[in-house]
Each structure stands twice: as structure tokens, then as C-alpha cells.
Design a protein around this ligand. Structure first.
Ligand SMILES: NC(=O)c1ccc[n+]([C@@H]2O[C@H](COP(=O)([O-])OP(=O)(O)OC[C@H]3O[C@@H](n4cnc5c(N)ncnc54)[C@H](O)[C@@H]3O)[C@@H](O)[C@H]2O)c1
Ligand SMILES: N[C@H](C(=O)O)[C@H](O)COP(=O)(O)O
Length: 334
């Protein structure tokens, strides 16, 4: 029987983007989609105003997290923030960054204290929070920082994009492509592979997960003619982990790792850099794919898309990736 602490803590994300709109649409779809109760850490007036703007009939209930579970079926529970936000869809304002960050921090505190089951985040405009002094590349890294700050324990957050047909895990993520090669150490590849294997087992319930590892260079280096990282850095880690009993293989040329037949041979692909992991999964299933952070002491998911500032005023945002993120957050094992 679900209880109050099964509530999902949802951060509202960038107010100038489609976050508020997809939150409203997800609540409207919650009964039909079987979405578990969620509480929004956000700005209630802004959500009400966006609902009016798009003709969405969503009664907002300002409440505490404790009250949110019971409030959810009839109203959208919203836990207000201390930092005000301005309601200007399509227009980025640095002054909104404090509220955007506060929402993530409070949602994380709620799950760490055991008052919520999972954190789901709506997209943030990274460039806008950077302008306000935010020092973390994205949620993934910030959540690791918050865990350490709030619990004193080190976390090693790892990005996964999980779609209906493909899961990918980038070993390096939010960094310039020119820095990728030096960041690809044997230690980092092994650490990410082990976190992926652990969470595929513990969170996704896959008993003995199969991981396929991509090379870095064209043709996985073509025997050294097109780069040496594949043979010298990646292959020894794959061998070490396979010798230790993991079902891991590669490195495979990245270009042929994602076709339909190849996808049937593994539970997750370990990619060497952000776009090698995210292009295939977003291309195959942009509307249903979910961003999951592995390696945390709690569940965190997010839609796979960004703030979509270009359509924030139009009322046409598709909530399906947020709905998938909310459903996955409920179904993953704590
Ligand atoms: N989890 C996150 O916080 C997260 C994830 C991805 C991108 N971002 C950030 O979002 C910002 C914009 O990124 P971007 O432009 O590369 O990607 P984007 O996903 O915001 O937009 C790409 C294109 O897809 C469309 N689109 C996106 N989501 C949609 C939806 N739900 N319904 C209909 N159309 C949709 C947009 O209108 C746009 O044309 C950047 O600052 C980026 O860092 C944040
Ligand atoms: N790299 C992610 C993507 O493009 O979907 C996105 O930037 C979100 O990352 P965080 O969850 O770390 O914010």
C-alpha cells in the first residue's frame, strides 16, 4: 500500500521553458497513465498562470510535502520556494536561477530525509544558471555534490539515458570533446562500468546485465591506425572486468553498436562521450527516453529533452518524456 513517503519530489526546472507546461500536462494525464503522486517544488502562481495561458484546467494546491500525497488525486500539490520567479515564457532571466537551484536542492533533501521516494527533475537552462554562478555542469554532477554536502558520503553520479529500445551510459559527459581523450582513464571506465552493472542489477532488476562497450575512435581504432585509446585504455578494462565475471564485451566500433540487431545483444551500451551515448537513444526514442542518474543513494530521473525555450509560449510541449520519467522513477527499485 503506497504511503506519504512514496511521493515523488519533482523540481519545476527553468520557468522560461516548457517545464511548467509539461508538469501541468503530466498531472492531467496522471490517472490515465497510472502516474504515482508527485509534488512540485516550484512557483504556484507561475504554474497557475501557465495553466490559464494554455487553457489547462489544473487546480493548484499550495501545501507541505507531508500533505502532498493526499492532495494529489484532486489537485496538483506545489511546495513553494523562497526565491521568487518571474513568469515570462520564452525569456531567460538570470534572476530566476536561484529558484531553479533551490527546487533541485529541496527535492534532493526530501528524498535523502526519507520523505520522498525519488527525485524527478524538469530541465534547466544550463547557460542561465551558469550566469548566476552555478558551478556544476548539470543535475548529474550537482546531485553528487548535494549528496556529499547533505550526508557527508561521497557519491559517484553516472548518467544513463534509458529508452524503450536502448540504454546508454556515457563514461564522460558534460565536457568539451577536446578533453575527452585525457579524461578517459582506465580507472574512470572501470568505475562507470561497475556502477552501471550494479544499478542495472539493483535498480532495474536485471540479474546478470550485459554491457557492450564502444570504442572512442573510428572503427575502434582500426588496430591503432586511427587512435590508440581503444586498444591501450578501453580493451584492458573490458578484459579485466570480463575475467572478474562481468558480462561485458568490446570495445566495438561506435557506428555499428546501435543498429537493431546489435541492440538485442546488450542491456546497456557504455559510450565514451556524451553525444556517442545520447544521439542514438534520443534519435530512436526522443519522446519516451528518460535520463536516469546512476550511482546515487536514491532514484533520480528526468525527461531526456531540454528546456525547449523556442516553444515555451506555444502550448505544444509533449509531456511524454516527463511522464516516462515519473513512471520509471516509481518502478525502479529503491
Ligand atoms: N535535464 C536537463 O536539465 C536538460 C536536458 C537536456 C538539455 N538541457 C538544457 O536545455 C537547453 C536547451 O537544449 P536543446 O535546445 O539542446 O534541447 P531541447 O531538448 O530543449 O530542444 C531541442 C528541440 O526539441 C524540441 N523539444 C524538446 N522537448 C520537447 C517537448 N517535450 N515537446 C515538443 N518539442 C520538444 C524543442 O522545441 C527544440 O526544437 C540547454 O540549456 C540544455 O543544456 C537540460
Ligand atoms: N546531457 C543531458 C542531455 O542532453 O539530455 C542533459 O544535459 C541533462 O543532464 P543533467 O541531467 O545532468 O542536467
Amino acid at each position: 500500500m503506497p504511503s506519504k513517503s512514496d511521493i515523488i519530489a519533482l523540481s519545476m526546472g527553468e520557468p522560461a521553458g516548457i517545464g511548467p507546461e509539461i508538469v501541468l500536462k503530466a498531472w492531467l494525464a496522471s490517472e490515465k497513465e497510472g502516474i504515482s503522486p508527485f509534488a512540485v517544488f516550484g512557483d504556484p502562481e507561475l504554474l497557475a498562470s501557465r495553466a490559464r495561458m494554455f487553457g489547462l484546467s489544473v487546480p493548484i494546491r499550495v501545501c507541505t510535502l507531508e500533505e502532498a500525497f493526499d492532495a494529489f488525486p484532486m489537485t496538483l500539490p506545489v511546495i513553494p520556494l523562497e526565491n521568487a520567479m518571474t513568469d515570462n515564457p520564452g525569456v531567460l532571466e538570470v534572476s530566476n536561477a536561484a529558484g531553479v537551484i533551490e527546487a533541485i536542492e529541496k527535492a534532493t533533501a526530501a528524498v535523502l530525509s526519507g520523505d520522498a521516494k525519488a527525485v524527478v527533475t524538469c530541465p534547466i537552462q544550463k547557460s542561465n544558471v551558469y550566469k548566476a554562478g552555478f558551478k556544476h555542469p548539470g543535475h548529474t554532477e550537482y546531485l553528487g555534490y548535494l549528496v556529499e554536502k547533505m550526508t557527508g558520503k561521497k557519491a559517484n553520479p553516472v548518467m544513463m539515458l534509458a529508452g524503450p529500445e536502448l540504454r546508454t551510459v556515457p563514461v564522460t559527459a558534460h565536457m568539451p570533446i577536446s578533453k575527452v581523450s585525457e579524461a578517459l582513464t582506465k580507472e574512470r571506465i572501470e568505475e562507470v562500468a561497475l556502477i552501471a552493472a550494479h544499478d542495472l542489477k539493483m535498480r532495474f532488476g536485471i540479474a546478470n546485465p550485459r554491457i557492450a562497450v564502444a570504442g572512442l575512435n573510428p572503427h575502434a581504432g582500426e588496430e591503432g591506425a586511427m587512435g590508440t585509446e581503444d586498444a591501450e585504455i578501453i580493451a584492458p578494462v573490458v578484459k579485466k572486468l570480463r575475467d572478474a565475471g562481468h558480462r561485458i564485451s568490446g570495445p566495438y566500433p561506435g557506428d555499428t553498436l546501435y543498429h537493431k540487431k546489435a541492440r538485442e545483444t546488450y542491456d546497456a551500451a557504455l559510450a565514451m562521450y556524451h553525444d556517442q551515448a545520447l544521439i542514438p537513444v534520443k534519435t530512436i526514442g526522443f519522446d519516451e527516453t528518460v535520463n536516469v542518474t546512476l550511482g546515487l543513494p536514491f532514484i533520480r530521473t528526468s525527461p531526456d529533452h531540454g528546456t525547449a525555450i523556442d516553444i515555451a509560449e506555444k502550448g505544444i510541449a509533449n509531456p511524454s518524456s516527463l511522464i516516462a520519467a515519473l513512471k520509471l522513477a516509481s518502478s525502479l527499485k529503491s
